[in-house]
Design a protein around this ligand. Structure first.
Ligand code: F6P
Length: 382
């Protein structure tokens, strides 16, 4: 059966470049004589049959606009079901109600995980497109939205140094990234943050923060920027030994989203670090000894990192992903997702693509981070 009508949905957190993907799909679909229909609010609209027509003539330059014109939600149709297989089959029947022959699902591991189950159990005619500012999907070298978010966070860190310098302050800046540290690592290195904390390497408060601040102030530094991922946390030893304001129970008891992910942003790790630093008289005395103010502030960049227009890289990657996803539909290569491999956009099975990715110890950014922190104060020591 040739595809005449394709549905498009966007799920999970929004991300710069979503509209670019939608526009890329629409360009190729129009050229191939396929009608596009927008499914609203991700899987929510899919279940509730909430759609809008997508007429490309009404959306010139959609690829330049941030966010998603289809709205998004974190709806998990599998939440609480006894049989994923039965639910997947039931969901797939909905193609008929929606009047679509195929579906392009744009989302992260949660959204694409649902697409994968529908393909696995019901051979649903689905193609995926990887999205997340966190860049934590194994199937693609980069997700669109990531570099826009890195730039926003890097600019914020750059800008904060002027006020940090004026007041001689320690700024602890919290950066999105639930369980992978790509955003914090890349923006932190880009802006030259003085300490960079990521979930992949649980930190030692004494060694990685207090000691480094002491060494820095002794070497002549009067202000300090700590970039921390919202999902960064201390190692167990440090948590038990150094922390007065939180315990392991607090971390374990965090509420979860509908996919079971702990809502780490609720922890507000930047404020916890500031509170703990303020309890350290030894650190305060070290600053005093060097005639430097001891004042700490926390800043949560939060959703400012997902806001605004996509940068050029993400506009172009989004268009390329959209084009490639629509081609997969035309070739009826379902159960696959598009992926960036080096410079090329390729297709890989959804099952492979939805696996999570983290910064590993072989990643050269790890070494750059560690050198950046250490060599600065070491090179200034007399
Ligand atoms: O998954 C992308 C992301 O931006 C994470 O970095 C962040 O933890 C989460 O979404 C925030 O989600 P929400 O907008 O639902 O609070």
């Amino acid at each position: 059966m040739t595809v005449k009508k394709v549905g498009i949905l966007t799920g999970g957190g929004d991300c710069p470049g979503l509209n670019s993907v939608i526009y890329g799909i629409m360009l190729k679909a129009f050229d191939a004589g396929v009608e596009c229909v927008g499914i609203l609010k991700g899987w929510k609209g899919f279940i509730e049959n909430k759609t809008i027509p997508l007429n490309i003539a009404e959306h010139d330059d959609l690829h330049t606009v941030g966010g998603t014109l289809l709205y998004t939600s974190r709806t998990n149709p599998f939440k609480g079901v006894s049989s994923v297989e039965e639910k997947a089959k039931e969901l797939t029947m909905n193609f008929k109600n929606l009047g679509i022959d195929a579906l392009i699902a744009i989302g992260g591991d949660d959204t694409l995980g649902i697409a994968n189950s529908m393909f696995k159990y019901a051979k649903a005619k689905i193609v995926g497109c990887p999205k997340t500012i966190d860049n934590d999907l194994a199937g693609t070298h980069y997700t669109f939205g990531f570099w826009s978010a890195v730039q926003l966070a890097s600019n914020a860190l750059d800008n904060l140094t002027t006020t940090a310098r004026s007041h001689q302050r320690v700024f602890v800046v919290e950066i999105m990234g639930r369980d992978a540290g790509f955003l914090t690592m890349y923006s932190g290195i880009s802006a030259g943050a003085d300490i960079i904390l990521i979930p992949e390497t649980p930190f030692d408060f004494e060694m990685d923060i207090v000691d480094v601040l002491k060494k820095r102030v002794d070497s002549g530094y009067t202000y300090h920027i700590i970039a921390t991922s919202e999902g960064a946390y201390p190692n167990l030893k440090s948590l038990e030994r150094d922390f007065k304001t939180i315990s392991k129970e607090v971390i374990d008891k965090l509420p979860k989203d509908s996919f079971g992910n702990p809502l780490l942003a609720k922890l507000n790790i930047s404020q916890i670090i500031v509170d703990e630093l303020n309890l350290r008289d030894d650190l305060m005395n070290e600053f005093k000894k060097n005639d430097v103010e001891f004042e700490c502030r926390s800043v949560v960049l939060g959703h400012t990192m997902r806001a605004g227009t996509p940068n050029s890289f993400d506009r172009i990657l989004g268009l390329r992903f959209g084009l490639a996803a629509m081609k997969l539909v035309l070739e009826e290569k379902f159960g696959h997702m598009v992926s960036l491999q080096g410079n090329k956009v390729k297709a890989i099975p959804l099952l492979e693509g939805i696996k999570k990715k983290y910064i590993t110890s072989e990643n050269d950014k790890m070494e750059i981070r560690d050198l950046l922190v250490k060599i600065r104060y070491l090179s200034k020591q007399k």
